[in-house]
Design a protein around this ligand. Structure first.
Ligand SMILES: C[S@@+](CC[C@H](N)C(=O)[O-])C[C@H]1O[C@@H](n2cnc3c(N)ncnc32)[C@H](O)[C@@H]1O
Length: 296
C-alpha cells in the first residue's frame, strides 16, 4: 500500500463534528505529574514529522492501521496526543474521537481537526483508566501511549479493561508498548555508551522496566515502563482479549544508519519490515511493539 500518500485529504463519509462534541469533559483521574511535565516541555506534535525515525514510526503505524483496523467505523484514540493519527484516520473516512489528558495536546488535535463548518474528528480531555464513553460504542480502540506511561500494572489493567468495555464485540484493540531494550539500542545509536553511569542505568532499566531512576528523574524526562513483548501478550489476554498478535512497529529499520536516505523512497524498506514484523525473535529489536487483539 502506498501508505505515505494516504494522508492527503479525502471527502469524509461521516458528518463533521460540531462544537458540542468537542467540549472538554471533566478529567476524573489525574495522570502522573512526571508524564504531564514531560509534555509541557517537549513538543510531541513535531515528533512524527521531523526525524527519520519519527517518519518511519508514522508510516509504519499507518501501514499497520491499513491492515489491522476494520475497514470502517468508529475509532477511539485514547492518548491520541496532538492528533496526527486521528487526522489520518478521519481522512480515510473513520469516525474518530481522540482523548488525551494533556490539554495542550487536545488543543493541537482540535486545530488539526478544524475545517470550515466543524471538526473532522472529536478531541477532548480524557484518561485511559476512566473513559466517559458508553459500553460497546466503538469498532476500534487505539492505546498508543497510555500503556507505557502507566507504570503500575494495576493501572494498565484498568486502562485495558476500559478499552474492552467501550469496544463492541468483535471490535479491535491496537495497544502499543516500548520494548525493554530500546534504551540500550537508542543510547548506542546516539553514541553515548561512554557517558558516566550509563551502564548502571541500563542494568536498572532492564531489571525494573522503568525508563529512569525514580529517585533522580531529569526535568521533563521521559517517565514510562518498558515491556518485554511477551508481557504485552499476557496483559492483553489477562484482560480478556482474544486473538492477540504482536507486531513490531519500526522493526529493525530504526537501527539503519542511512534510514533518512532510504525513506526518500521507502516502499521496499516497508516491504522488508512487513515480512519480519511478527517474527518473535525480532520483536525486541523494534522500539515499539503493537499488540493487536479482539474483544469477543
Ligand atoms: C508519545 S505520545 C503518543 C501520541 C499518539 N498516540 C501517537 O502515537 O503519536 C503519548 C500520549 O499518551 C498520553 N497519555 C499519557 N498518559 C495517559 C493516560 N493515563 N491516559 C491517556 N493518555 C495518556 C500523553 O498525553 C501523550 O499524548
Amino acid at each position: 500500500m502506498d501508505v505515505w500518500r494516504t494522508s492527503t485529504w479525502k471527502p469524509l463519509r461521516q458528518s463533521l463534528w460540531t462544537e458540542n462534541h468537542s467540549q472538554a469533559r471533566i478529567l476524573r483521574m489525574d495522570i502522573d505529574g512526571r508524564v504531564s511535565r514531560r509534555y509541557e516541555v517537549y513538543d510531541e506534535d513535531a515528533r512524527l514529522w521531523e526525524s527519520a525515525v519519527g517518519e518511519l514510526v508514522r508510516l509504519r503505524t499507518w501501514d499497520i492501521f491499513g491492515r489491522y483496523l476494520p475497514p470502517e467505523g468508529r475509532v477511539l484514540d485514547v492518548g491520541g496526543g496532538p492528533g496526527t493519527h486521528a487526522a489520518h484516520l478521519a481522512g480515510l473516512g473513520y469516525e474518530v474521537v481522540l482523548l488525551d489528558p494533556v490539554e495542550r495536546h487536545v488543543e493541537a488535535a482540535r486545530s488539526r481537526a478544524e475545517v470550515e463548518g466543524g471538526l473532522t474528528f472529536g478531541a477532548r480531555v480524557g484518561e485511559a483508566r476512566d473513559l466517559a464513553e458508553p459500553d460497546e460504542s466503538f469498532d476500534a480502540v487505539l492505546l498508543l501511549g497510555p500503556l507505557y506511561h502507566l507504570v503500575e500494572p494495576g493501572d494498565r489493567r484498568r486502562a485495558l479493561s476500559e478499552a474492552r468495555r467501550v469496544l463492541r464485540p468483535g471490535g479491535v484493540l491496537l495497544a502499543e508498548v516500548i520494548t525493554r531494550y530500546s534504551w540500550v539500542m537508542d543510547a548506542t545509536l546516539k553514541g553515548i555508551l561512554d557517558r558516566t553511569g550509563i551502564w548502571d542505568d541500563f542494568s536498572r532499566n532492564i531489571e525494573s522496566g522503568l525508563s529512569q531512576n525514580p529517585d533522580s528523574l531529569s526535568e521533563g524526562g521521559f517517565w514510562a515502563y518498558f515491556h518485554g513483548p511477551q508481557e504485552l501478550r499476557d496483559e492483553l489476554s489477562e484482560s480478556g482479549f482474544a486473538d492477540c498478535r504482536l507486531v513490531a512497529v519500526e522493526g529493525f529499520a530504526w537501527l539503519l544508519g542511512d534510514l533518512a536516505q532510504r525513506l526518500a523512497d521507502p516502499e521496499l524498506l516497508l516491504d522488508a519490515i512487513r515480512i519480519t514484523e511478527m517474527e518473535g525473535s525480532m520483536l525486541g529489536c523494534a522500539a515499539h511493539v503493537m499488540g493487536i487483539a479482539t474483544r469477543n
